[in-house]
Design a protein around this ligand. Structure first.
Ligand code: GSF
Length: 202
């Protein structure tokens, strides 16, 4: 199967980490959807990465649909628990982490527009989501070392990709100073080979 993503996409990173953790072989196709020569629109009408192209079967997007699919095709290293309560909790943490990432990505895109066209109100609105989201993420982790149970889950992967993205695009957000538990979590999960191999590069 082929994974189409950009080298910096936090959502693409989430899928790459899942593929690596589940030891599913894949071909990485790098495509930056903002570039004029992008082919992403041929696979996803929304023009966004990541996109998964299985050997046989339908092309899939977005990252949440892709990880659900990967969980079905490979029984190796389950990342979404079977038990409904834990499963919903994992997916909720994923939604929270993805939501923070989305808000941060929107700020980054807004920054790239000419200064006169940038909306301060819009950026502040997104910034509030990032800060409130981080508080909620920290509260959800509490004193634990992982988000749900004592085995790596999709919740941990999404959260670590989110924190890694903040480090990459917004090093001035000193989230480690305000959320020591997230710092310890990121240090531990980020040291896994799947995370080291997928660190975003500009
Ligand atoms: C978000 C994908 C996304 O925003 C998912 O896959 O989970 N909900 C989706 N992709 C961005 C790149 S990034 O920030 O990861 C993207 O492809 N943007 C191009 C555009 O035209 O918006």
């Amino acid at each position: 199967m082929k994974l189409i993503t950009s080298p910096t996409s936090p959502f693409g990173r989430k899928v790459r980490v899942v593929l690596l953790e589940k030891k599913i072989p894949f071909e990485l196709v790098l495509d930056i959807p903002w570039n004029a020569d992008t082919q992403v629109g041929n696979y996803n009408p929304l023009g966004k990465v990541p996109v998964l192209v299985p050997k046989d079967g339908e092309t899939l997007f977005d990252s949440r649909v892709i990880v659900e699919y990967l969980e079905h095709v490979s029984p190796v290293g389950h990342l979404i628990p079977q038990d409904p309560t834990s499963r919903i909790r994992v997916r909720k943490i994923e939604a929270l982490a993805d939501g923070i990432t989305d808000a941060a990505a929107l700020i980054f895109v807004e920054f790239k527009r000419p200064e006169a066209q940038q909306s301060r109100d819009w950026m502040l609105r997104q910034q509030t989501k990032v800060f409130k989201g981080l508080e909620a993420l920290s509260e959800a982790l509490g004193e634990g070392t992982l988000f749900v149970g004592n085995k790596l889950t999709l919740a941990d992967i999404a959260a670590a990709c989110c924190l890694g993205y903040l480090d990459f695009r917004f090093p001035d957000i000193k989230w480690r100073n305000t959320h020591a538990n997230l710092a310890a979590f990121h240090e531990k999960v980020g040291s896994r080979p799947s995370f080291k191999e997928t660190v975003p590069v500009a």
